[in-house]
Ligand binder design. Structure first.
Ligand SMILES: *Cc1c(COP(=O)(O)O)cnc(C)c1O
Length: 377
């Protein structure tokens, strides 16, 4: 019985092998390895795809977040509201920019920021809200933008897991002031290495980000401020240009897989299948179920199920086992255990099942049967 991994990047490569090889060899022959016409072309096409005036490519999703904060002059003394249920980079970059993360609990149904609790966290130091469209599910952006506008706050969308997702017909990354994307290989649009991008409709912000990503130089060899080196290589731009053509098809395939998981799993005992919102188009970077923790048990039920799946050759992942306010690096914020009950509970219950566009129906059936086996027995 072959193993079913949580994600598998080899099948996508096989499908694109001929085109990808040609594109990469052309870059190698061109002698233009950094920036250059392919990177510009990718920036243009990605801005068109997301529906913004501009796009600035950079080295990673992490850098995209950092450069965005810096471009808005967010730093020492400022607060940024974000979710404690995300990859560490979101809050880590708020600290790297010199500002303070203010966490707000999540809505356990959507795994995203609980918008009912955002306003209570706003102070006169708050400069921005950084929502994360977690697992590919868009945050209710209309409501979030209304809150931000009434308090004159910036909105930086962390779209790392949600390339192609939409809220009420607009792509995420085009709704807030800035959108941050990651092209880490397992993201919906993945490079063959690191990569990231920033989208915005604000030309002044775009200009500032271009300067910051290039050592603070607007003019070559004249540095006006402390920046970083954050570039996309031409090889990655060539791969991304190729893959962008397939992204909608791949996202549709993820949606079909997710619908089938939900249809066949939602009535099993002890399982909560993921909820979607009516105005959103979810792109399923992850399909994440919750396994209710029995009250009197000292072991995590979720961990037991994960182990049983593993014994049947089914891989799964836990995103994320430790909420950010309980990470050692954020101990100094003094957010005690118990402060954000929804995220603390969800972190013990979540399990992400195999999810990638090439997952076959037979493979998916095996995942479903194995889960039934664990939950019904
Ligand atoms: C992947 C990810 C990032 C960081 O992206 P990198 O390209 O790995 O630096 C940031 N935020 C979220 C929510 C992510 O999933």
């Amino acid at each position: 019985m072959t193993h079913i991994p949580p994600f598998d990047l080899t099948q996508q490569y096989k499908m694109l092998q001929t085109e990808a090889s040609t594109a990469v060899l052309d870059v190698l022959a061109s002698g233009q390895y950094i920036n250059g016409p392919l990177v510009k072309e990718f920036e243009r096409q990605f801005a068109d795809y997301i529906g913004t005036l501009d796009c600035i490519a950079c080295n990673s999703g992490t850098d995209a977040l950092y450069l965005s904060l810096r471009s808005l002059n967010i730093g020492a003394g400022d607060e940024v509201i974000t979710t404690p249920f995300t990859f560490i980079a979101t809050a880590e970059m708020i600290s790297a920019a010199g500002a303070k993360s203010v966490f707000v609990d999540i809505d356990p149904q959507t795994f995203n920021l609980d918008l009912n609790q955002v306003e209570a966290a706003i102070t006169d130091r708050t400069k921005a809200i950084m929502p994360v469209h977690l697992f590919g599910q868009p945050v209710e952006m209309t409501r979030l933008m209304a809150i931000a506008q009434s308090h004159r706050l910036f909105v930086i969308e962390d779209c790392a897991q949600s390339t192609g997702a939409e809220w009420q017909g607009a792509k995420v990354g085009s709704i807030g002031h800035i959108g941050c994307f990651s092209f880490y290989p397992t993201k919906n649009l993945g490079a063959c290495g690191d990569g990231g991008a920033i989208t915005t409709n604000d030309e002044a912000i775009a200009q500032r980000i271009r300067t910051l990503r290039d050592h603070g130089q607007r003019q070559r060899y004249i540095s006006e401020e402390v920046g970083v080196n954050s570039r996309l290589d031409a090889v990655q731009a060539a791969i991304l240009l190729l893959k962008l053509r397939y992204l909608d098809e791949w996202n549709a395939r993820r949606q079909a897989i997710a619908n089938r998981y939900t249809e066949l799993l939602h009535s099993l005992p002890g399982i909560i299948t993921p909820q979607t919102l009516p105005g959103g188009q979810h792109v399923w970077n992850q399909y994440t179920i919750r396994l209710s923790q029995p009250a009197a048990s000292s072991h995590l039920y979720r961990d037991q199920v994960r182990q049983q799946l593993q014994q049947q050759g089914i891989g799964s992942m836990i995103y994320y086992p430790v909420p950010l306010h309980l990470q050692p690096v954020f101990a100094r914020l003094n957010d005690q255990s118990g402060k954000f009950p929804a995220v603390e509970q969800v972190a013990q219950e979540v399990l992400s099942l195999p999810m990638f566009p090439e997952l076959s129906t037979e493979q998916q059936d095996r995942v479903i049967y194995a889960l039934k086996d664990c939950l019904v027995s």
